[in-house]
Design a protein around this ligand. Structure first.
Ligand code: SAH
Length: 218
């Protein structure tokens, strides 16, 4: 049995806070969401360490620090409707759900989407809607969004996502090549978009109509 409360406190202190994440609400959310329940059983003992872990289908659950850092940069408020692209395990989704009013999350791999839906149910998280489709086209039925977070690396910001951003809205995504990217934060201002380049990161590719093409099978 894991002493998961203790491990989470330590994870937040050593892997998140000591590296400069300060937002109290983000730190509290990271202390509360049981990260070990978002990985397969044989990886649970590694859930509070400093790395991304495989979640099936060649995808990974992001490193704790990266989740915290991105969430902090997004500045999510309790009234916000958030769009997440790349649900993966649903860990980041669960963190966002503690901070926002609503979280809409899109995942292109149906099995991952279904597993994440099951986890939300298991954890009693009610303000999340997850669907399995290409998130590069956004979710026009529920747009606009005050915040959009993309958890996979894009060649550039998908136009539909920028279009679905509310006034003063923020879009955070990794932009770069298929393996290495830089976090880019877009902000919709009254006179257009502000664009800021931030940390270097390494996400799996964002595959879809306004992202990368699927890699040919070898
Ligand atoms: N933050 C997640 C990890 C995301 S990994 C977590 O905490 O677990 C990136 C995810 O983006 C993968 O699951 C991948 O399948 C998904 N993805 C890639 N391209 C996508 C697209 N166009 N639309 C939706 N999801 C996509």
């Amino acid at each position: 049995m894991l002493n998961d409360t203790f491990l989470r406190q330590r994870m937040v202190r050593e892997l998140v806070e000591e590296r400069g994440v300060k937002d109290k609400r983000v730190l509290a959310a990271m202390r509360e969401v049981p990260r070990h329940l978002f990985v397969r059983e044989h990886l649970m003992s590694q859930a509070y360490q400093d790395h991304a872990l495989p979640i099936g289908g060649g995808q990974t659950i992001s490193q704790p620090f990266v989740v915290a850092r991105m969430t902090e940069l997004l500045e999510v408020e309790t009234t916000h409707k958030v769009l997440e692209v790349g649900t993966g395990s649903g860990y980041q989704t669960a963190i966002l759900a503690r901070l926002a009013r609503w979280v809409y999350s899109l995942e292109r791999v149906p099995e991952l989407a279904h597993e994440a839906i099951r986890r939300m149910r298991q954890l009693g998280i009610l303000n999340v809607k997850i669907q399995a489709f290409d998130g590069t086209v956004g979710w026009s039925e529920v747009a606009p969004f005050e915040r959009i977070l993309v958890a996979a690396g894009a060649p550039s910001a998908p136009r539909p996502l920028l279009d679905q951003l509310a006034p003063r809205g923020r879009l955070l995504l990794p932009e770069g090549d298929r393996h290495r990217q830089r976090l880019v934060l877009y902000e919709r201002l009254s006179r257009g978009l502000r664009r800021r380049e931030l940390d270097q990161v390494g996400f799996v590719p964002l595959i879809g109509r306004h992202g990368w093409e699927e890699e040919p099978p070898r």
